[in-house]
Design a protein. Structure first.
Length: 254
């Protein structure tokens, strides 16, 4: 059985050291505290800094924990609480709409599906928990793009991919869609990722009104849409589910 990887052990030790203090630490302090050569400590710190796990003060040159660690920790807590709070409401939404329900959170440069309720019929379906969906061409992704600056920043680093003739790839057009989503309180994606599939999504917030995820229904265009427009009763159902989950997470009524 392979043993532990020394470089990862040292990186973890540095993170624990920075987490245990009340002040920033310089390279010499990190090196001396952990018994590492300065060159080794510097190389690990630079790598952690590049990944956002460590930040360096530009004036003193000292190091402290980075924001990426906070985001990952908050994401872990939010995802587990989010799933627990959403179970009943997602089931109710699937029954009321007759369609598939997804719960998604921002993960790297896409949307991670953390809960999936099958369409309530006898059709053959595949569980998609753990799969990824695009940010720019799905209802879940559009909601997160509209409300989470971190999500929007991902598009600058990873240019949008075209999946169908309806996919928006121009950033200005995507920003217009985001503004519309914020204004009306819901998103829609009609055949933008998969031909014949339409989805409607709404934002989930926590007690601090932070965007922690999104919920959507997804199904065949002919069921989700009418005369080329998403059915208003389905929009209402999705928004009510998102509000209910948000309230269970402590958000004020909205």
């Amino acid at each position: 059985m392979p043993g532990p990887i020394q470089s990862l052990e040292r990186a973890a030790a540095i993170l624990r050291l920075l987490a245990g203090g009340e002040r920033r630490l310089g390279l010499s302090e990190v090196s001396a505290s952990l018994g590492l050569a300065k060159g080794t400590a510097h190389g690990i710190l630079r790598t952690l800094q590049q990944e956002g796990f460590v930040e360096q003060d530009p004036e003193s040159g000292k190091y402290q924990l980075g924001a990426e660690l906070l985001r990952l920790g908050q994401s872990y807590l939010d995802v587990h609480e989010l799933r627990a709070r959403a179970l009943v409401w997602a089931d109710d939404l699937a029954r009321a709409s007759g369609e598939t329900v997804y719960l998604g959170v921002l993960h790297q440069h896409g949307v991670l599906i953390v809960h999936h309720v099958f369409r309530p019929d006898d059709s053959r379906q595949v569980l998609e928990v753990g799969s990824m969906q695009p940010l720019h061409s799905t209802a879940l992704g559009k909601v997160l793009l509209a409300h989470d600056p971190v999500a929007r920043g991902e598009l600058d680093d990873y240019p949008p991919e075209s999946f169908t003739s309806r996919t928006l790839v121009d950033l200005a057009a995507i920003d217009e869609e985001c503004a519309l989503t914020r204004e009306r309180g819901w998103s829609a994606a009609v055949e933008e990722t998969w031909a014949g599939v339409a989805s409607i999504g709404a934002l989930i917030q926590d007690r601090r009104r932070n965007p922690v995820g999104a919920v959507c229904i997804s199904g065949a265009v002919e069921r989700v849409c009418e005369a080329g427009v998403v059915r208003p009763e389905l929009v209402v159902a999705v928004r009510e589910a998102a509000r209910a989950i948000s309230r269970d997470l402590g958000a004020a009524r909205f």
